[in-house]
Design a protein around this ligand. Structure first.
Ligand code: NAP
Length: 216
């Protein structure tokens, strides 16, 4: 299957690129923003497409999705400003979903935040606007598209090596999860259609990724 990764140069997505090196059933197309980012992917035999969620129109995103089977959205504005949070994490996500539907794609996997919903959105902290943006991107995906979605809600992302073991479900207390384990979970989601129209949290845990994903 051909998979377009939006936010391919991000930390989670770079781990994803390493996992699929050994998986001949997945062909990645890496959506990046700068030409100097391409070598990382070219070294791994991965094609790249230069696009920006904010600057480029939906039609260009849709053109890059031609012959793609699945879109994974792992982009995020990070700490680059609240305007960017709205433009990337909310509107960029909606543009990606609209483009996917224009391109006739069904499958869309969203890397969301850990906690969404009204209670989380009302919490006054540094992540409040980000939480609101992610909440409504998820709502759009679930309620305003016909896509076969899966939404993963990772805990606090850390760069310690993955263990290949996670905890899934909803309503867990927040905890850490290695980015590498999130990437492995995304690979597994691609192989397990039981995850369609499901959302689940990912935390460090004691269940092998494959088994955990099968259980959702
Ligand atoms: N941090 C946490 O604890 C946490 C917890 C739960 C979920 N998340 C979510 O998990 C996702 C993946 O995490 P991560 O650590 O891999 O994030 P990351 O390293 O910050 O990667 C985000 C990617 O988004 C790309 N991006 C930013 N603006 C863009 C635009 N306008 N158009 C296209 N791409 C754009 C960036 O491109 P450049 O490389 O060119 O800058 C970067 O590659 C995040 O986006 C976040 O929403 C984070």
């Amino acid at each position: 299957m051909k998979v377009l990764i939006i936010g391919a140069n991000g930390k989670v997505a770079r781990y994803f690129a390493d996992f699929i090196k050994d998986d001949s059933s997945i062909e990645e197309v890496a959506m990046i923003r700068k030409s100097e980012q391409a070598s990382y992917f070219e070294e791994r035999g991965i094609k790249t497409v230069l696009l920006d969620l904010v600057k480029d129109p939906i039609e260009k995103l849709a053109a890059a999705m031609k012959e793609v089977d699945t879109v994974i959205f792992s982009a995020g504005a990070g700490g680059s400003g609240l305007d960017k949070t709205i433009l990337v994490d909310l509107d960029g996500a909606i543009k990606a979903m609209t483009a996917a539907e224009q391109a006739g794609i069904k499958r869309f996997i969203m890397v969301s935040t850990f906690r969404t919903g009204r209670e989380a959105m009302a919490m006054e902290n540094d992540l409040q606007i980000y939480t609101i943006a992610k909440n409504y991107a998820d709502e759009w995906l679930k309620n305003r598209t016909q896509l076969d979605w899966t939404i993963v809600h990772p805990g606090i992302l850390v760069d310690t090596p993955g263990t290949g073991q996670i905890k899934v479900g909803m309503g867990n207390d927040v905890n850490e999860v290695p980015r590498q384990d999130v990437a492995q979970t995304l690979v597994s989601v691609l192989h397990h259609d039981n995850t369609i129209k499901k959302e689940f949290e990912i935390l460090s845990g004691e269940i092998a990724v494959e088994e955990a994903v099968r259980s959702v």
